[in-house]
Design a protein around this ligand. Sequence first.
Ligand code: PLP
Length: 392
Amino acid sequence: MNINKNYLNLEDSYLFSTIAKKVAEYTQNNPDKKLIKMGIGDVTLPLAPVVVDAIKKAADEMGVQSTFKGYGPEQGYLFLREAIKNYYYRKFITINTDEIFISDGAKSDLGNILDLFDKDNTVLIPDPVYPVYVDTNIMDGRKVIFMNANEENSFLPLPDNNIKCDIIYICSPNNPTGAVYTKEALKQWVEYAIKNDAVILFDAAYECFIKSKELPNSIYEIEGAENCAIEFCSFSKTAGFTGTRCGYTVVPKTLVRNGIHLNKLWLRRQTTKFNGVPYIVQRGAEAVFSEEGQLQIKKNIDYYSENAKIMSETMDKKGIFYTGGKHSPYIWLKCPGNMKSWEFFDYMLNKIAVVGTPGSGFGKNGEGFFRLTSFGNRENTIEAMKRFSELF
Ligand code: PLP
């Protein structure tokens, strides 16, 4: 028996454990200082009341013989896929229910989708990046090419026709940079993918933070994307489902490679390796799309967005380069005084007791940058930015 040796090529991630260690040390040495954590990518506001009601009602149904549910459809209950179809329709995008697959979150599907692709494919991934894209491909032994996201291109790299690849990752709004692609830029990516016979894996986990109608919430707003892109969405950041777990993936039936419909392959994969998301959770997710649900989740998103605004206004006032903040819960700032990411982390912690995430943890182009998140509470965000303003 041989193990999958590709796992040995994964780099150990010490990012969050190092942060935790440094924070614990600081707290022990400074017990009376109020520490403000702005490093986490997890939501903090509770589920919307309509979601909680729907989950409770579904739990009651499960306790009654006549409404009890056993295994559900692997692709997800039709009531939820219909709700998602209508959500897209309201954005003038036509997706059929058999092109939507309910999952337990975007992270699983982003990893699992690689089952459909040959190990010989070359993968194009932006740097800095959400580490899951890189690690899941290393586990399979695929060749990864990085595209540079940096200050010059405002962390939104465009296709380079000299580079050949088969799989392209795009995350917009981006984690960690908060940068959002315009329709024109995504059009270039779609054209490049079609020309190269490549497939775009479009991560739209943060689409609900987009405030402008001009910016695309979905890759399918771009003509031709239905022939070259798979889209991953999540209720995690949209509706506070990080602990409840639900997402969805769109695989258009028009996406064909080697004469095979990828939708058919994905259905085969899911029906073989996945037994669906709990009925109770899917009822909760359905409630997100009700009129009341949309209003209630908007309140939470607006709360985080207001925090992000407070942070970006502080950067504006101080003349610090940053991306994100406007259509994203993340602020990606250039460390003042040309500090390195970890140097800046220590400086912020020791001087003003504010914790963020060093950009170097997301790739080599993240060096010299720092990620702050808006998922905390208002009082702490204001206090942290007050301390920041006094320091710089
Ligand atoms: N995609 C991106 C870019 C993320 O930042 C995250 C989580 O932080 C996910 C996907 C995972 O989302 P989920 O909670 O649906 O698995």
